[in-house]
Design a protein around this ligand. Structure first.
Ligand code: PEP
Ligand code: MG
Length: 575
C-alpha cells in the first residue's frame, strides 16, 4: 500500500481501478521554411487559429449545457488568450523573421510566457498558465493534425491518473466513466479544480509523480477530503473508505430532512441562517435550501473575465431575479469586491502590478476611485429593491470617510431613480463588512452610521494575523482559532449588541463545523453559510446548547493559545 499526499482540489471519496492517461509529449521539430513557402505557412497557422476558435465554440456550448453561463466564461478567457498578440502577432512574426514552421514558432512563443509565469510568486497567477497551455495545445493539435487523447476507451468506472489535466479535459470526465482524478501538477485554485468542484468530481492534484507510480488497472483510493491517494490499498483500507463513503452518503440523505426545518438550538434559541450566493448559477440550489435569505451575494463574478463592466440593465436584471426568488426573505447584495486575488480585466487604472494586492486598491477603495461603477451598481441594486427585500453591503471599509462617501453616492442614486419616477422602498439598509481590523476597532462609530454590519472572517483573519489568505507558505499561520481572533470577534459582538443591532458572520468560519458552536457561544445572531455546508451547519446549530457554549467561550477567551482552544472545541464536539 502506497500513500501519497497531494492537494485536495475537489472533495469526495472515490475507489476503483486507475486509468492512466499517457503523457502526451509532443515533439516539435524546427523545420526551416523556404522564403517562397512562408506565406503558405502563415496561412496554415491562420487555419489552425480558426479551427481552434471553432473548438472553443463547441466547448462553450458544452459548458453552457452542463454547468451554465458563469462557467462558460472560462471559455471567454481562452478566447482572450487566442486573440492575444502573443499568439496572433508574435507567432507570425517568428514565422516570417526566423523562417520556421508554425509549430516551432508557437512553441517558442509559449515557452517565453511559461518562463514568465513560472517566476510568479502568486499561486493563482501561476495556475493561469494552464489555461494558456490548454489553448496552445489545441492549436498545436490542429497544426500537427493530431487527435487529442480520448477517454472513450475507459470501459469500467475508473479513477483518472494524469500528469496534468487541462480545464477542457475536465469537461468530458463524467460521461466517460471517470469517478475522480489525480494529477501530478496543479493547484487548488486552478480552473481544473474549480470545474471539478462544480461537477462534484473528487480530485487530488499536485502529487508530483503519481502518474509514474500508478499503472492502469491498479486499485486506487482517492480521498478528496484529505488530499490523499492510496495505491494498492490493503483490504482494511478499502473497507474503511467504503465505510466512510457510505456514511457520507447516509449523512447527506439524513440532512435532507433539515431543508426548511427551523434553525433552533437544543435549548430553544432561534439562529437566523442565511446563505452565501457566489453567482446566479447557484440561485436554484440556494432557494431549495429554504433558508432565511441571502446574507452575502458576492457580485464580483459579474465583473470578472470580461473587458467591459456590466451595465445597469444587465446588473438590475440579475439582482431583480435574486430579490424576487428570495422574497419575502432578505437579500444582502454586496457591491463588487474586485482587487486582491479577484483580478478584473476591465482595464481600470489601479490594480495592476501591485506588490501587495490584498493591501491594495480593492473593494470599496477601487469603487470610490471609479465612482461611476459604484453608482451604476447601486442604481441596479436599488432598482431590484422594488421587487424584494434588498440590503446593500460595502466590502473592505476601513474608515468612516469611505462609508460616508459611498452613502453620498447611494443617496444620489436613490434621488435620481425617484426623479425618474421609480417608487423605491422607504428604507434600503446600507451596511458594511467588518473585515479590516480598523473597522472592528472603530465599530462603535461605524454602528452610528451603518444600518447593519456583517463580519467577514476570511479577510478579518488575514489582516489581523498578517497572513495572506492564498499564500501556501503561510497557510499554517492562518488560524481562525487564534486567541486574538476570538477576542476581536467577542468585542464586535458586544459592541454591536450594545447598539441594539444584530451580528451576522458571513466568512468561511460559518461553514466550519468546529467553529459554529464557537460563533453561537459568542452570541452571533445570523450565520451566512456556503450552500454546500448549509444543512450540515443547521444540524450542528440544532445540537447546540447556548448556555453551555457561553461558558465554554468564556473559558476560551482566557486561553492564550489556539491549540488549547481547539482542544476545548473538540471536547464540546465529542459530548
Ligand atoms: C470575508 O472576507 O470573510 C468575506 C466573506 O468576503 P470574501 O471572502 O468575499 O472576501
Ligand atoms: Mg472579504
Amino acid at each position: 500500500m502506497i500513500v501519497i499526499k497531494g492537494v485536495s482540489a475537489s472533495p469526495g471519496i472515490a475507489i476503483g481501478p486507475a486509468f492512466v492517461l499517457e503523457n502526451e509529449e509532443i515533439v516539435i521539430n524546427r523545420v526551416d521554411v523556404p522564403k517562397a513557402k512562408v506565406a503558405a505557412e502563415l496561412k496554415r497557422f491562420r487555419g489552425a487559429l480558426e479551427a481552434t476558435h471553432r473548438d472553443l465554440d463547441a466547448a462553450e456550448a458544452k459548458v453552457l449545457k452542463m454547468l451554465g453561463k458563469e462557467h462558460a466564461r472560462l471559455i471567454d478567457t481562452h478566447r482572450l488568450i487566442l486573440r492575444d498578440p502573443l499568439i496572433t502577432k508574435d507567432v507570425p512574426r517568428r514565422i516570417r523573421a526566423e523562417k520556421v514552421n508554425a509549430e516551432f514558432a508557437l512553441s517558442e512563443s509559449l515557452e517565453v510566457v511559461n518562463q514568465a509565469f513560472e517566476k510568479m510568486q502568486d499561486e493563482f497567477f501561476r495556475e493561469r498558465r494552464h489555461d494558456l497551455f490548454d489553448v496552445g495545445k489545441r492549436l498545436l493539435s490542429h497544426l500537427l493534425k493530431q487527435e487529442k487523447k480520448s477517454l472513450a476507451g475507459v470501459r469500467a468506472p475508473s479513477i483518472l491518473v494524469a500528469r496534468n489535466l487541462l480545464p477542457s479535459d475536465t469537461l468530458n470526465l463524467k460521461e466517460n466513466n471517470i469517478l475522480g482524478f489525480v494529477t501530478d501538477l496543479g493547484g487548488k485554485t486552478s480552473h481544473t479544480a474549480i470545474l471539478a468542484q462544480s461537477m462534484e468530481i473528487p480530485a487530488v492534484v499536485g502529487l508530483s509523480d503519481a502518474s509514474h507510480r500508478v499503472k492502469t488497472g491498479d486499485t486506487v483510493i482517492l480521498d478528496g477530503e484529505q488530499g490523499l491517494v492510496i495505491i494498492h490499498p490493503s483490504p482494511e483500507a478499502v473497507e474503511r473508505y467504503e465505510g466512510l463513503r457510505r456514511r457520507s452518503l447516509e449523512e447527506e440523505e439524513s440532512l435532507e430532512r433539515l431543508r426548511g426545518a427551523p434553525a433552533v438550538t437544543a435549548d430553544g434559541h432561534k439562529v437566523r441562517m442565511t446563505v452565501n450566493l457566489d453567482s446566479i448559477e447557484d440561485l436554484k440550489t440556494v432557494t431549495a435550501l429554504k433558508g432565511d435569505g441571502i446574507g452575502l451575494f458576492r457580485t464580483e463574478y459579474l465583473f470578472l473575465n470580461r473587458t467591459t463592466a456590466p451595465g445597469e440593465e444587465e446588473q438590475a436584471k440579475v439582482y431583480t431575479q435574486v430579490a424576487r426568488a428570495l422574497d419575502p426573505n432578505p437579500v444582502v447584495i454586496r457591491t463588487a469586491d474586485i482587487g486582491g486575488d479577484r483580478l478584473s480585466q476591465l482595464g481600470l487604472e489601479g490594480p495592476k502590478n501591485e506588490a501587495n494586492p490584498f493591501m491594495g486598491l480593492r473593494g470599496i477603495r477601487l469603487f470610490l476611485r471609479h465612482s461611476d461603477l459604484l453608482k451604476t451598481q447601486l442604481r441596479a441594486i436599488l432598482r431590484a429593491s422594488v421587487h424584494g427585500k434588498v440590503h446593500v453591503m460595502l466590502p473592505m471599509v476601513s474608515s468612516l470617510r469611505e462609508l460616508q462617501s459611498a452613502r453620498r453616492i447611494f443617496v444620489q442614486a436613490q434621488q435620481e431613480l425617484e426623479a425618474e419616477g421609480l417608487e423605491l422602498p422607504k428604507k434600503v439598509p446600507l451596511g458594511i463588512m467588518v473585515e479590516i481590523p480598523s473597522a472592528a476597532i472603530l465599530l462603535d462609530a461605524f454602528l452610528e452610521e451603518a444600518d447593519f454590519i456583517s463580519i467577514g472572517t476570511n479577510d478579518l483573519i488575514q489582516y489581523l494575523l498578517a497572513v495572506d489568505r492564498i499564500n501556501e507558505e503561510v497557510a499554517h499561520l492562518y488560524d481562525p482559532y487564534h486567541p486574538a481572533v476570538l477576542r476581536v470577534l467577542e468585542g464586535i459582538v458586544q459592541t454591536t449588541h450594545k447598539h441594539g443591532k444584530k451580528v451576522t458572520v458571513c466568512g468561511e468560519m460559518t461553514s466550519d463545523p468546529k467553529a459554529v458552536p464557537l460563533l453561537i457561544g459568542l452570541g452571533v445572531d445570523v450565520l451566512s453559510v456556503t450552500p454546500r455546508m448549509y444543512l450540515r451547519v443547521k444540524q450542528i446549530v440544532r445540537g447546540c446548547r447556548v448556555e453551555e457554549l457561553k461558558g465554554a467561550v468564556a473559558k476560551a477567551l482566557r486561553m492564550p493559545d489556539s491549540d488549547q482552544i481547539r482542544r476545548l472545541l473538540a471536547e464540546l464536539e465529542g459530548r
